[in-house]
Write a protein that binds this ligand. Structure first.
Ligand code: MRU
Length: 355
């Protein structure tokens, strides 16, 4: 089954259709975003989530941002509406760099078109064309990541993954999960352990759902079980996605990824990160500069809206949504261009400047 998490419907007057990931695995339903406000809410509440999918959705959000500008208002009014929409959407979530990357890319392209004398109608077309380009490039980047990474998966392996880096998290069919889908297609037999990924359970709800659809052997474990599985020899590789990769290779991903990297190092298990080049942020030197999203206590107190609180009233809750895995603990980063073994600043620059 092809999962399409993000889809633009129609032309410049169209709307954005998203799989509502808050409802999975119980219900597979879509929602329509017809305004930047609706999209902001969808990103903030994780109806759409995963770094590449957020970036793609944000690109289309700018098409929505121009829909209320009248043709007669002129290009300057359109550029102002675009700037406002960028600023507003940039405030939806802070860690995944794909969001800011996509907004910047669409804005730069539109400003260039305006400087060349385009009218409002032409600017709308430019925004949609650039958002479409980001979408299609993401599909292709995913495909190539899968092809470049499947060799790391071999027969008989146990593979651990965290959070969800699948079709739901991208415009294509995933990053880390596409590596697994590709290996499966080649007839390799392996078992995937999906960390449940507290507090929002993206591993249990989404990754397990996707892998099951694909017919891959998947077992969900609680996050605190990973070390013991490694000790027992059940895990031979760890593979995750990424939300932002700093110039030195330090990688932000879902909270809990850092702990896995330390466990993998201790047990001498390779640790792979699969991510498109849009997830690299060369403007920051190391992971220390990556902004980490803090989310509400409610997500921990009442996971997925549970009626009974899991924490006594009046007790403090700390809920960072991401952590940073150090480059030295990453065996390789798999991108659409190939593989960066033992990533460091020099290898990353060289890799990203290759064609
Ligand atoms: O909070 P989320 O669900 O958006 O976090 C997503 C992740 O951490 C993913 O692993 C990451 O975005 C990579 S998705 C290809």
């Amino acid at each position: 089954m092809i999962v399409q998490s993000v889809r633009w419907v129609g032309g410049v007057d169209g709307h954005l259709e998203l799989i509502d990931q808050r409802k999975l695995p119980g219900e597979l339903v879509t929602i329509r975003c017809r305004s930047v406000e609706q999209l902001h809410e969808a990103i903030r509440t994780l109806a759409v989530r995963g770094a590449p999918a957020i970036g793609v959705a944000a690109g289309y959000g700018l098409v929505l941002g121009l829909q209320s500008v009248a043709d007669r208002a002129g290009p300057q009014a359109a550029l102002k509406a675009l700037a406002d929409a960028c600023e507003y959407l940039a405030g939806s979530r802070p860690t995944a760099v794909n969001l800011f990357w996509a907004l910047r890319r669409v804005r730069d392209k539109t400003e260039q078109t305006a400087a060349a004398g385009a009218n409002v109608g032409e600017l709308r077309q430019t925004v949609l064309a650039e958002a479409n380009a980001i979408y299609h490039e993401d599909v292709e980047m995913c495909r190539r990541i899968g092809a470049n990474g499947e060799r790391f998966i071999t027969d008989g392996m146990g593979v651990l993954t965290h959070c969800n880096a699948g079709a739901l998290a991208t415009a294509g069919q995933g990053t880390a999960l596409l590596v697994l889908f590709e290996a499966h297609k080649k007839g390799k037999r392996f078992r995937v352990y999906a960390d449940e990924t507290r507090p929002l359970l993206q591993g249990a709800r989404l990754t397990a759902w996707e892998l099951k659809q694909a017919g891959i052997d998947v077992t969900v474990i609680c996050d605190n079980m990973a070390g013991w599985l490694m000790k027992q020899g059940k895990v031979n590789a760890v593979i995750t996605g990424a939300d932002r990769i700093a110039a030195n290779g330090d990688t932000a991903n879902k909270i809990g990824t850092y702990s896995l990297s330390i466990l993998a190092r201790e047990h001498r298990i390779p640790f792979y990160v699969a991510a498109p080049s849009s997830t690299f942020d060369l403007s920051i030197r190391s992971g220390a500069d990556i902004p980490i999203e803090q989310r509400s206590a409610e997500e921990v107190v009442r996971p997925c809206g549970m009626a009974m609180p899991m924490v006594p009233d009046g007790v403090g809750v700390y809920n960072p949504a991401f952590d940073v895995t150090e480059a030295r603990d990453i065996t390789a980063i798999i991108t659409e261009r190939g593989v960066i073994e033992r990533p460091n600043a020099e290898r990353i620059v060289k890799h990203l400047s290759s064609s």
